[in-house]
Write a protein of this length. Structure first.
Ligand SMILES: Cc1ncc(COP(=O)(O)O)c(C=O)c1O
Length: 359
């Protein structure tokens, strides 16, 4: 690929993060969450590297099919279940597990004869009020599902709304609500996302479901991945494609939103919102040029952004740039752009070259 902007995926960092999860939750199996193209990292490559994961969580049948076509053998769970009854025969043929969170999905199972019975993860709404049955309804749904010949196993799950805020009492309330529901049941259970794996050991139970921490990113607003013992997996890199000497008062970029406070050099980096760099990143957002911090100035455009090179007057065309990742936490860039790292990782554009490295 001719453009210097590229994504480098550090596979040893991914393995490190996976083993950190095993250490934190030694008695739980791990459902690695790889939906949304493994949070932008590349679904199949990430799943292949996570050979010790016990299962993979995806958002739709297309993602599950892609994993099976790549001969991924582990359990695969459709986290939102089927969107229509037409999906059931393929789900059953491919041996995919499905979440059931809505009565329409119970009806689908009731009305379809399946070649092979499927494994169900019954979702309880313990307070987030996104997906799942209220505990009152869930007992009846469970009893009904147990009667279906096409259901071979049932597990229980819930999702936490605020585990990324360690102080929020809501998490304990949700955990209590879930345990109350299943206290006399021997079914396997899962509650914990990344934040709960790190902060709420009570939520670990039989299975944990890490997403963002697998990729080396903290789920908390006040820390970054390395501070949580994680290593960033994705680094967005590029190069300076020109360096300009500008005079005091001269504007930089679209809208002329930034003006040089003095005579200075300005670098143009080949990366922009067309690559997934957030357009809302403000002037002052850190960028690494030659491994040292400089600041973004002016507006990021589709293919380029501009940086203040006053601290590096010797910087020249071709010098290496890191937009986030190794040495520059994505969490920090997200704050400057008024977003969250999840959104930034998922938004990385497929026009970029992806390099999967073992070093
Ligand atoms: C049902 C479910 N479980 C687990 C996760 C993983 O969450 P995180 O990336 O915060 O670990 C997600 C992600 O949104 C999810 O939807």
């Amino acid at each position: 690929m001719s453009r210097p902007a590229k994504v480098v995926i550090n596979l040893p960092a991914l393995r490190h993060n996976f083993s950190r999860i095993r250490t934190l939750a030694p008695n739980s199996r791990v459902m690695a969450i790889v939906k949304a193209d493994a949070y932008g990292h590349g679904l199949v490559r990430i799943a292949q590297c996570l050979e010790h994961a016990d299962a993979f969580g995806v958002a739709c049948l297309e993602e599950a099919r892609e994993l099976r076509q790549a001969e991924i053998q582990q359990r695969i769970i459709l986290l939102e279940g089927p969107y229509s009854g037409d999906e059931l025969s393929e789900i059953s043929q491919l041996g995919i597990d499905m979440v059931v969170h809505d009565l329409s999905q119970v009806e689908m199972l009731d009305q379809n004869q399946l070649i092979k019975p499927v494994c169900i993860w019954l979702k309880l709404d313990t307070g987030m009020h996104r997906l799942g049955f209220s505990p009152d309804l869930a007992s009846d749904v469970l009893a009904r599902l147990e009667q279906f010949p096409c259901v071979k196993e049932i597990r229980l799950m819930t999702h936490l709304a605020s585990a990324n805020n360690r102080e929020d009492p809501m998490t304990s309330e949700q955990i209590n609500c879930f345990s109350q529901f299943n206290k006399n049941m021997s079914l396997e259970k899962t509650i914990a996302n990344s934040a709960a794996i790190l902060a709420f050991p009570d939520a670990h139970v039989d299975w944990v479901r890490p997403g963002i921490m697998l990729y080396g990113v903290s789920p908390f607003a006040n820390s970054n991945g390395p501070q949580e013992g994680l290593k960033p997996v994705m680094t967005l890199k590029s190069r300076l494609i020109t360096v300009k000497a500008l005079k005091t008062g001269e504007p930089v970029g679209y809208g002329a939103t930034w003006r040089c406070p003095e005579d200075m050099s300005v670098g143009v980096v080949a990366a922009g919102y067309g690559d997934g760099y957030p357009r809302h990143a403000e002037s002052g957002t850190p960028v690494l040029v030659n491994g040292k911090r400089v600041e973004l100035i002016g507006r990021a455009s589709m293919d380029m952004l501009t940086v203040d090179l006053r601290s590096q007057p010797q910087a020249k065309t071709g010098d290496p740039v890191v937009l986030w990742g190794e040495g520059l936490p994505v969490e920090e860039i997200a704050k400057h752009a008024g977003t969250i790292p999840y959104e930034m990782l998922c938004a990385v554009h497929k026009r970029l070259e992806f390099e999967y490295g073992e070093a």
